[in-house]
Write a protein that binds this ligand. Sequence first.
Ligand code: 97T
Length: 242
Amino acid sequence: MHIDILTLFPEMFQGMFGSGIFKRAIDQKLVSVGIHNIRDYTHDKHHSVDDYPYGGGAGMVLKPEPIFEAVESIKGESATVPIILLTPQGRLFSQQVAQELSQYSHLILICGHYEGVDERVREHLATDELSIGDYVLSGGELAAMVVIDAVVRLLPGVLGSAASPLDDSHVAGLLEYPQYTRPAIYRGWSVPEVLLSGNHAQIADWRREQVILRTLERRPELLDKAKLSSEEKGLVQKLRQS
Ligand code: 97T
């Protein structure tokens, strides 16, 4: 997959791609990244990327020309590459959207300003608009990083064989079971007996129950959407009554 990012703050992405799983994925050529400064696509002598809003009001609005020209120079001939604007008004990002985006070989992400982007960018350039949640950010950069992280870890080979992204609870739409490692007793707090038993069938049952219990306690709305086995549905019924 190739990911192009349009931003006014290219340096914000250095840390993300310079270390950890991204660096490895890039070194292994599983993913490549182009970081483009929107300012490089301006033509005026002041390199203006924003301007006052028509109709008045506070703040500045990102101008359309540099964004259109950047996308057009990056995109080439391809008509199918998603052009994604990060904005509080976008559709809500989720694991399902991450899975959908992971099927493309090329993505273009446009990081807007918190104050706004000329509406013609949404209407005539972006093919998708994404929000990562209901809070206000200073720009689209952190939102883009969240989207990229969630998408790239789904690409074949990125996580390695030990950790399959298919095991993640949010894939099934549920929360994770609790995890423990050594020591078996820490400051008097013991690891649940069943995990030390070596009985793998019993451990699997306990974990399934914990997943349901936790989801019921913390995110009950997830249970309505989750794909549950009939056994798990029975467990939900039982736990809801008790
Ligand atoms: O708050 C924002 C400002 C600019 C671009 C994106 C966002 C945002 O994206 N998801 C939540 C907020």
